[in-house]
Design a protein around this ligand. Structure first.
Ligand SMILES: [Zn+2]
Ligand SMILES: [Zn+2]
Length: 263
């Protein structure tokens, strides 16, 4: 059983086939993305000692089904609200993924949930998508898992997080050598697609500061990435930056990670 803190993250799973994390705030638990079936969400939570009935709200980054698949059924079952932007709400409506109770937020103004101050910021992806910074006091948890490139805004928001969860989607060579259609390859590597391993690792010199203790690389492609290779490249990069002190995790598609406590 994990030692209980007051601010933390449990990655329930991440990758092209589903994304969800539990954010532990001082005043309750939040489900960040619901990209697995409700039953799968419950069993992944149980495997980390989290009761699904303790989740106070769901907050989603964008409408893609690998982030919203279980949203409607989970939110309705527990009678909780889902927080999303207006374009994500429209997309969720088209895909029949919207729960009964929802609240819209806009980017650029912070709001509070579960004792955390939450800032949503727009990131470049092929539909309206946000990244999040969750704050308790001065301590920041930053999450950006679907973005084609790290623009100035994303770099500003994600710099200096105590824990940073960042997309590291694909190895460019594996992607280009894959059997995927050329249009799909172009979409993935494009400015509104997904961050490559090189993109993610090249950003670390700017994003990591003396505040940073945990780095979680996430949303790996099942076919066009290699977790062992990424782990080695990332450890090499952290060593080059003289940041061997940072705890590195590679988020997995099939199994949750242990909870990381920031406070
Ligand atoms: Zn997406
Ligand atoms: Zn995704």
């Amino acid at each position: 059983m994990d030692i209980q803190g007051k601010f933390g993250i449990t990655v329930l799973g991440s990758g092209s086939r589903g994304n969800a994390s539990v954010i532990h705030g001082p005043a309750g638990l939040l489900l960040l993305d619901a990209g697995f079936s409700a039953r799968e969400l419950e069993s992944r939570m149980a495997s980390r000692g989290i009761r699904a009935s303790d989740i106070r709200a769901v907050i989603v980054t964008h409408e893609h089904s690998d982030h919203m698949k279980g949203c409607r059924i989970f939110s309705n079952k527990y009678g909780i609200k889902t927080y999303m932007t207006s374009p994500t709400c429209s997309g969720g409506l088209r895909a029949n993924l919207l729960p009964e109770r929802k609240t819209l937020f806009s980017t650029g103004s912070a709001f509070e949930l579960c004792g955390m101050k939450i800032e949503a910021f727009t990131v470049p992806h092929d539909v309206d998508t946000v990244g999040f910074v969750f704050r308790v006091g001065d301590v920041k948890l930053g999450v950006a898992t679907d973005l084609g490139h790290l623009n100035m805004l994303a770099r500003q928001k994600l710099r200096g997080c105590a824990a940073l969860m960042l997309e590291s989607n694909h190895d460019r060579t594996l992607l280009m050598n894959s059997a995927r259609p050329i249009q799909l390859k172009r979409r993935i590597i494009g400015r509104h697609g997904h961050l490559s391993n090189d993109d993610a690792l090249d950003s670390l010199s700017e994003l990591l500061t003396e505040c940073t203790g945990t780095l979680i690389l996430a949303h790996l492609s099942g076919e066009c990435n290699n977790p062992e290779l990424l782990q080695k490249l990332a450890l090499d990069r952290l060593a080059n930056l003289e940041r061997r002190d940072i705890l590195l995790e590679i988020a997995k598609q099939e199994v949750p990670l242990a909870t990381r406590w920031l406070l």
